[in-house]
Design a protein. Structure first.
Length: 138
């Protein structure tokens, strides 16, 4: 069974859509292995998004991701990485398909409601960034 890592971003909590998104996660058949509410420091966000360091939006993204509480979670499903990416839709909500999470709840490319790992290898790295093995159910 495959794992992916997700974040419900500050805008999703601010707009009170965390419950709607968690209900969708259950309805779509993901198993939640780990879940917590945290507030990242700018330093945490900088390390988490280090792959985007050279991008023009990196500084703003780190500031934004540490601007309020987020929910981080590890999910399990068959083909979890792609399944989650299909469910959330395109980075830019204006380009996201109907009924995807970003179409329904995102505000902009930056405040785009949710994160999802882009590969199985990165999911492993991202889960380990936020969770110890003891915080994940078997
Ligand atoms: P996420 O899936 O969390 O991974 C990287 C994030 O960078 C992405 O979601 C967006 O929120 C953000 N991002 C990507 N492209 C842009 C952009 N052009 N302007 C602002 N933010 C962006």
């Amino acid at each position: 069974m495959e794992r992916t890592f997700i974040i419900l971003k500050p805008d999703a909590l601010e707009s009170k859509n965390a419950g709607n998104i968690l209900a969708r996660i259950e309805a779509e058949g993901f198993r939640v292995l780990g879940l917590k509410l945290i507030q990242m420091s700018a330093d945490d966000a900088g390390r988490f998004y280090a792959v985007h360091k050279e991008r023009p939006f990196y500084g703003d993204l780190c500031k934004y991701m540490s601007s309020g509480p987020v929910i981080v979670a590890a999910l399990e499903a068959a083909g979890a990485v792609q399944k989650w990416r299909d469910l959330i839709g395109a980075t830019d909500p204006a380009q996201a398909a109907p009924n995807t999470i970003r179409k329904l709840y995102a505000k902009s490319k930056e405040a785009n409601a949710v994160h999802g790992s882009d590969s199985v290898e990165n999911a492993k790295i991202e889960i380990a960034f936020f969770f110890s093995e003891r915080e994940l159910v078997g």
